[in-house]
Design a protein around this ligand. Structure first.
Ligand code: URA
Length: 279
């Protein structure tokens, strides 16, 4: 089937749709050996040989969507100059190369999505999508409502004010408190920096939700494939999904039945939300 070149390139996970357009305009893309610089040009990914800077584009016909419970001590990258363990080391049985959707810090654990569908990943990461990400944070000592309120309303970071967030006190222990922080931005080390800004020291940070997807009881280091309904629900549009039926992923997880798009509650646009109890 003929498709626009920029769509084929971004779907292959090479780069975003816009950056793919730049590759075309810059004369870096060729179809069957002929350089194509006109935007809107089409090709058939099942027949045509598409190259970028002379290198053939690898097009996978199998699209994989994975939810991994990332343990601490793994890096969200495809290679590391310090030779630290990579999240993809946990996906050895996955037959295709998959890429992380966004990132979690080396010491952050929890829900991480990976896919070889670049277009889907770009759609999820686009700021206009404002997908909610919920984190559980263990902080040293006791939190006070004023700290939660400031985080919820927005704190000044070196790259600007954070948007309003939803911040709750989840559990109070002898030495530590657990708070939940829900944000829809995706800035680097954002939750850690928000905590630092209100003098909270992070002991543990775990992402427990990404949009409508919850980590649930999936064990650390295990992964599962998303259902077709989950893939569509997250991106908010129809997608055909294929998954490897012989996977050895954790299959103990309850699978979501095909469902319609579920609207999740957004953090308030102004003011933020706090549910705590100390003054
Ligand atoms: N916020 C952080 O500070 N770290 C992460 O890994 C994710 C969100």
């Amino acid at each position: 089937m003929l498709e626009r070149l920029q769509k084929i390139i971004s779907a292959a996970g090479v780069t975003s749709r816009r950056a793919s357009e730049a590759l075309i305009v810059n004369g870096q893309v060729a179809v069957n050996g002929v350089v194509v610089t006109e935007l809107g040009s089409k090709a058939d990914p099942s027949k045509d040989i598409i190259t970028i800077d002379g290198k053939a584009l690898k097009i996978s016909r199998v699209r994989l969507y994975i939810l991994l419970n990332k343990p601490t001590g793994y890096i969200t990258a495809l290679k590391d100059s310090q030779n630290r363990p990579l999240v993809t080391d946990l996906l050895k049985e996955v037959p295709e190369r998959v890429y992380p959707v966004g990132r979690l810090d080396y010491n952050t654990e929890g829900l991480l999505l990976l896919t070889n569908d670049g277009e889907w990943a770009n759609r999820l990461m686009h700021p206009s999508h404002e997908i909610e990400k919920e984190y559980h944070v263990r902080v040293r000592g006791k939190v006070i409502d004023q700290q939660l309120k400031r985080m919820a309303e927005g704190v000044e970071l070196e790259d600007g004010m954070t948007a309003p967030a939803v911040v709750n006190l989840v559990k109070s222990g002898e030495q530590n408190d657990w708070i939940s922080v829900t944000i829809h931005e995706g800035r680097n080390r954002q939750v850690r920096r928000m905590c630092e800004a209100v003098s909270l020291s992070v002991v543990r940070l775990k992402r427990i939700r990404y949009g409508s997807l919850e980590l649930g009881t999936l064990r650390a280091g295990k992964f599962r494939f998303l259902s077709e309904a989950e893939v569509r629900q997250l991106a908010g549009q129809p997608t055909t999904v294929f998954s490897n039926k012989s996977d050895k992923s954790d299959r103990s997880e309850k699978r979501e039945k095909p469902a319609r798009f579920i609207k999740t509650e957004r953090p308030q646009k102004s003011g933020g939300t706090v549910r705590g109890r100390r003054q």
